[in-house]
Design a protein around this ligand. Sequence first.
Ligand SMILES: Cc1cc2nc3c(=O)[nH]c(=O)nc-3n(C[C@H](O)[C@H](O)[C@H](O)COP(=O)(O)O)c2cc1C
Length: 208
Amino acid sequence: MKLDVLKNMSYGMYIVGACDGKKVGCVVNTVVQITNNPITLMVSLNRDNETTKTILKTKKFSISILDENVSPEIIGTFGYQTSREVDKFQSVIYHDVDGLPVLDSSCGYITCEVIDMLETSTHIVFLGQVKSMDGYKEEIPMTYRYYQEVLKGKSPKNAPTYIEETTTKRTVWKCKVCGYEVEMDTLPQDYRCPICGRTITDFERIEK
Ligand SMILES: Cc1cc2nc3c(=O)[nH]c(=O)nc-3n(C[C@H](O)[C@H](O)[C@H](O)COP(=O)(O)O)c2cc1C
């Protein structure tokens, strides 16, 4: 399987918030609108996230839509720390809507009531019927690609889109004449460059 294919899928960037006395929340890129009437959204949350545990109890959650101007520290706090150890909302400006925290710096927020769930071994997919939405701002919503390519951000293991970094080196043979590259442990004796026809004596070995 070519895992690179998954990198061409598109996502937005959000903060899911919940509250069971204590306000909790985490970064997600897995929010999708699945129906229009009634408006229903889904979000995929790792079972280990404190946010997931709170939503399982309270059956409601908020979504704050992040735009390209969001402070990277907000992504760091909400995406790489757990609400079990940190009061994440202490470091941001937020307000309560339907008893749920939403970020003032978002370019729109939505609150949802859980109407169904799909349980996988690692994640729970919550279906949420929209109860309210407001705070629209004319900003460019942040995409997951922007986060990766412009902010050079990565995803932790709990994110469904996490891709394990491979440390295994690849052996690549490069034709010194035309620059053609082929990935193989060893080149067969009779191998010829498919571009310029040179033999293996014109190939150099590169570790990538
Ligand atoms: C870019 C990015 C995308 C993420 N997407 C998801 C996601 O869709 N679902 C999920 O469960 N965790 C996702 N995470 C990981 C959680 O935000 C992270 O595990 C967080 O620390 C959980 O916090 P909590 O324990 O307070 O709920 C993502 C993190 C980042 C940085």
